[in-house]
Design a protein around this ligand. Structure first.
Ligand code: MN
Length: 130
């Protein structure tokens, strides 16, 4: 079962999304700020990271840059999550090394599609078991 690291500082968003992913069969790890997200990714090497961009300590762009600069974590797909649908935000996320991008409020089927595409490409577990 794929292990997803969710980096999100908003408790309500975090609880809702993690519960919905768990119901789909994903194992969900949680980090509540950017620095903890980087540390958790290094320690746990998840299959995919969902990265909120607006985060305390270090923001999602900086956290992604740090992960993509390190050999151990550079191949973990990162999907940026932001409240802004502006194309500059998307460009900024891709520039920071994010593999894909989605906007809040989360539309679960759309996000799952992006997650499954990236999980399939990474060659590991291809999808949830249930
Ligand atoms: Mn946030």
């Amino acid at each position: 079962m794929p292990r997803i690291l969710l980096v999100e500082d908003n408790e309500m968003n975090r609880d809702m999304l993690s519960r919905r992913l768990q119901r789909r069969g994903y194992e969900v790890l949680i980090a509540v700020d950017g620095q903890l997200g980087v540390e958790m990714a290094q320690a746990e090497l998840p299959d995919l990271i969902l990265m909120d961009m607006s985060l305390p300590t270090i923001d999602g762009w900086e956290a992604t840059r740090a992960l993509k600069a390190a050999a151990a974590t550079k191949d973990i797909p990162v999907i940026a999550l932001t409240a802004h649908a502006m194309s500059t935000d998307r460009d900024k996320a891709i520039e920071a090394g994010c593999d894909d991008y989605d906007t809040k409020p989360i539309e679960l089927s759309r996000l799952l599609g992006k997650m499954e595409t990236l999980l399939g490409q990474s060659g590991g577990s291809a999808g949830p078991t249930q």
